[in-house]
Design a binder for this molecule. Structure first.
Ligand code: C2E
Ligand code: MG
Ligand code: MG
Ligand code: MG
Length: 277
């Protein structure tokens, strides 16, 4: 019974809370089924070589096509799974699907690109996670250069030994380790000195601030130069306009990802859409 604004507010608040917990509950109880039913789908977003403007890779991005909720984006369900320590289900699903897609492309004599996948912090504390990745690339005969592993500075900022040791092991084994969302946190430069990343992905916010002038452009070119000095490559995320592309080309940023070139697409669209090498 709603008598006044105060009650109205609490009714609204409680409804929102129960919607949220219903959603969370749905995610947690349906994740296994979604993986099994192929309601989880791997989308691919092309990455282009800055100099040639041709695709040179792709990022695998998870989508959940749900019968009840429709398309659920990762920003909605990944935090829920991370909190419940279930995110490795998604991450291993994605790695497996990428390996399968690679194997299928091989069978059909179709081109494929190196694909980067996103890892979560919790993955590193799943005892079989390292072995599972190795087993998958072996099973599907995926060359190690075809699968890059993305981690964020946020997950490394605790300087956890298990994370660093596992990343070193994976890199020694032959995988490239990419740093995602570089510059979105406060300890980016520190992180760069702690681990040699093969590729630094500049956070989308740099492109958002790009228009605001020289100050942000100077920061972008400094990061690109610094990464080069340290023997790494740079990729800029969130590139949506020609002007951003032209600037990144002029400062020697190696790779570009963003709607200006490609949006995330289902496998059959990305790989059969004429995006041949
Ligand atoms: P991310 O790894 O930084 O991926 C880039 C995100 O930016 C993607 O959002 C992509 O669709 C979006 N994007 C790409 N180009 C542009 C652009 O030009 N403009 C704008 N505005 N956006 C662009 P998405 O697919 O919604 O994924 C969001 C985040 O969810 C990812 O950020 C990543 O952190 C996480 N994620 C996605 N898939 C997985 C996964 O399989 N496992 C884990 N652990 N995390 C994932
Ligand atoms: Mg990423
Ligand atoms: Mg990113
Ligand atoms: Mg991001």
């Amino acid at each position: 019974l709603i008598r006044n604004n105060y009650d109205r507010y609490y009714q609204y608040y409680e409804d929102a809370l129960s919607d949220q917990s219903q959603f969370r509950n749905y995610i947690l109880t349906h994740i296994e089924r979604a993986a099994y039913n192929q309601d989880l789908q791997v989308y691919y977003q092309g990455v282009v070589d800055t100099n040639t403007k041709l695709p040179c890779g792709a990022e695998a991005l998870i989508r959940w096509q749900d019968p009840q909720y429709g398309m659920i984006y990762p920003n909605k369900f990944i935090p829920v799974l991370e909190k419940a320590n279930l995110i490795h289900i998604v991450d291993l699903f994605v790695i497996k699907q990428v390996c399968k897609d690679y194997a299928q492309a091989q069978n059909e004599h179709k081109p494929f690109y190196p694909v980067s996948v996103n890892l979560s912090r919790q993955d590193f504390f799943i005892p079989h996670f390292y072995d599972d990745i190795i087993a998958l690339v072996k099973t599907y005969h995926v060359p190690l250069k075809m699968l890059n592993l993305e981690v964020t500075e946020r997950m490394m900022s605790s300087h956890n030994k298990v994370i660093f040791d596992t990343l070193h092991k994976l890199q020694d084994y032959g995988f490239e380790i990419w740093m995602d969302d570089f510059g979105s946190e406060y300890s980016s430069l520190n992180m760069m000195s702690q681990f040699h990343f093969d590729v630094i992905k500049l956070d989308m916010n740099f492109m958002r601030n790009f228009k605001s002038g020289n100050h942000s452009r100077n920061i972008i070119s400094s990061i690109v130069a610094l990464t080069k000095t340290m023997g790494g490559k740079t990729l800029s995320e969130g590139v949506e306009e020609e002007g951003q592309y032209a600037f990144l080309k002029s400062i020697g940023c190696d790779m570009i990802q963003g709607y200006y070139f490609f949006k995330p697409q289902p496998k059959n669209v990305f790989f059969k859409g004429g995006n041949t090498i």
